[in-house]
Design a protein around this ligand. Structure first.
Ligand code: DAH
Length: 397
């Protein structure tokens, strides 16, 4: 039995005893007995004897135990139970008040009989009757107030805020890993003096293909053929069209990166997703060479992955770069090279198309997969986990 149950038992016992004692005072034999003794009220001994009989209503301690144990009751429902049990007691007190002090109560009757007493007895008996009535009504009023205080205290105790209870936890969300990675990439390039540019995800064939030196019959269209919205607009399969949009709007020098969502008709597997992210880079200025490209990528790899990584360039082909390279990286000592994406010197035909003079300025560009970089850095082996919204995954980062 825990202490709360123990307290409840004591409270119940005390309440039951009190109730029994109070009911006794309503017994007709007691009432008539008091009335009978009225003739002898001038005798202080008789009065004391009656007060002794009525002690249950005059005991200032009857609620002390209940109060003490009520405090020990931690549980709100048991406290509510106790409050319910207090009701018969207050009803008993009310019944006593009616039987003793009411209009037809024994005191009213005794006062009536006072006139029949011999005058010499009448004064003293009247005085004592009055005193006894006052004593009874004071006692009842005190008990009434105590009962009231007790139920109020119980209610307050129930409503009290328990600071030891565990609080309601509202978990704070955070940025998705892909957003975190994208922001970190942005911050690295912002420090190097690049601006962040954006472009539409629904792209025209012109920006997605023609302007990037991929004419209609070019076999490379297949690779970047994605979901068409209408005859000439598609969900962009790469961020490279943003290069064109920026160059059309700006004179060289141009130094931008462009992170963003891309779409391809790829069948989903551990390394392919029809929705993914790229970060594009473009730098066009006088006198740039592949050496500058290599430096920029190397700097980025060290900033993002750490000094213990190395990168390499190897030959590739893209219609919009000449020469074109593939970018790989690996941790020092590892034998496996992992692909980051494609890069190259911007093809002079592309520069000419946006009105730049390829004789004056040269440029380089790259396009890296953001998921790929996040997977390499955090050891994630399935690209699908980024988008399945499993909190066990998301909350790790
Ligand atoms: N757009 C290419 C792709 O999605 C990647 C790429 C290659 C971007 C070479 C470039 C670049 O800017 O110069 O596969």
């Amino acid at each position: 039995m825990n202490s709360s149950n123990g307290s409840l038992k004591v409270v119940e016992q005390t309440l039951n005893q009190t109730q029994e004692q109070l009911f006794l005072l309503l017994d007709p034999s007691i009432l008539t007995n008091i009335q009978k003794q009225f003739q002898t009220f001038s005798d202080p001994k008789v009065l004391e004897d009656i007060k002794k009989q009525l002690r249950p209503i005059a005991d200032p301690h009857i609620f002390a135990d209940i109060k003490k144990n009520l405090r020990a009751l931690g549980d709100a429902t048991t406290r509510a139970d106790v409050l319910k049990q207090l009701r018969p007691i207050s009803e008993a007190f009310e019944a006593i008040r009616v039987e003793y002090l009411g209009r037809k109560g024994i005191f009213a009757q005794m006062f009536k009989e006072l006139g029949q007493l011999a005058p010499d007895k009448r004064a003293k008996t009247g005085q004592n009757l009055n005193a006894l009535k006052k004593w009874v009504s004071n006692a009842l009023e005190e008990r009434h107030n105590e009962l009231k205080a007790l139920s109020e205290a119980s209610i307050i105790a129930e409503e009290k805020v328990d600071l030891t209870l565990p609080g309601v936890y509202h978990s704070l969300g955070h940025l998705h890993l892909l957003t975190q990675v994208q922001q970190e990439i942005e911050s690295i390039f912002l420090h190097m003096g690049f601006d962040v540019a954006t472009g539409p995800e629904i792209e025209s064939e012109y920006y997605n293909f023609e302007a990037l030196n991929i004419p209609e019959d070019h076999p490379a269209r297949e690779e970047w053929d994605s979901f068409y919205i209408d005859d000439s607009h598609l969900l962009r399969p790469h961020t490279s069209p943003v290069q064109i949009r920026v160059m059309e709007q700006t004179d060289p020098p141009v130094r931008i990166i462009c992170p963003g969502r891309c779409y391809r008709r790829d069948t989903q597997d551990a390394t392919h997703s029809p929705v993914f992210h790229q970060v594009e880079l473009l730098w066009v200025e006088e006198g740039l060479s592949l050496a500058n490209l290599k430096y920029v990528i190397e700097y980025f790899v060290h900033e993002f992955f750490g000094a213990e990584y190395e990168m390499r360039l190897s030959g590739d082909f893209f219609p919009f770069t000449e020469p074109s390279v593939q970018v790989h990286m690996r941790s020092l000592g590892s034998s496996d090279w992992l692909e980051l994406g494609g890069a190259g010197m911007v093809d002079p035909a592309v520069l000419a198309k946006v009105g730049y003079d390829p004789e004056k300025v040269t440029g380089f560009a790259f396009g890296f997969g953001i998921e790929r970089m996040a997977m390499l850095r955090y050891g994630i082996d399935d690209i699908r986990t980024f988008l399945t919204n499993d909190l066990r995954f998301i909350e790790q980062f």
